[in-house]
Design a binder for this molecule. Sequence first.
Ligand code: C2E
Ligand code: CA
Ligand code: CA
Length: 258
Amino acid sequence: EREEFCLHYQPIVSIDGGCLLGMEALVRWQHPDQGIIGPDAFIAIAEDTGLIRPLGSWILGQACRQLREWSEAGLPVGVLSVNLSGRQLTSSDLRDSVVDAITATGIRPAQLRFEITESVLMEDVEFSIQLLRGLLDVGVQLAVDDFGTGYSSLSYLKRLPVDTLKIDRSFINRLAVDPHDSAIVAAIVALAQALDLSVTAEGVERREQLDALRELGCQAAQGYLLAPPIAAEDVPGFMTARREARPASCEPHASAFR
Ligand code: C2E
Ligand code: CA
Ligand code: CA
């Protein structure tokens, strides 16, 4: 009501060419006295109180409006990822509100990707499969977030209609240091390839992690090494600086998103 929420956007890039593949929308609360408050401090409360529904629908609408605005400005930001929390999934009108947000802004459904954590998806797998099918029909993309932490049964994973796995940053953190973590990441990348899913590593902070991920065949990465979450108004400047620094090889891909 006081319009104190805003979205920041964190780039997701291809490990091979360094091209921008998309951005993840991350909510913040701009508190008048306390400054910017991160989602870990209020998403759980919004879930418990049910306020996640109005908040979630504002986030979805805002992400779509922003995507529209960037498209119109000729900024090829790629696919925009939006997080969905557990309580949003069980809302009976989720699919309708997704359709409404897409229709109202005229974006292409394939420009939108929803991220749902593995643990939420595994709470009721049959329900999740139905829900994801409904969203897939709309034409959006779907990702399993925090993958590796939610005790997926592999047979269920095969049945979940998703296109991307996001490897939880706890495994990336000690990648190239702890052989066990390297083995887990290697196994997730191989699993994704076998199931024909794309895979994104989260929380990439150091060069050696990026090198190890490249070696393992992971396609995409997100993390402070590549770029922090950026305020919406700073995204055009970020894109311009990137365009100047990057070879034209990223452009054909980029133009596909216009
Ligand atoms: P997440 O979906 O796993 O989002 C990634 C988090 O990792 C973000 O924290 C991001 O700022 C942080 N991060 C990015 N790169 C790095 C890195 O290199 N190192 C480390 N240590 N962290 C990195 P943030 O923005 O504080 O969000 C925390 C969580 O809050 C998100 O985790 C997500 O679960 C939830 N969240 C954020 N925005 C939304 C939203 O719009 N809706 C819902 N339902 N949940 C959200
Ligand atoms: Ca996420
Ligand atoms: Ca995550």
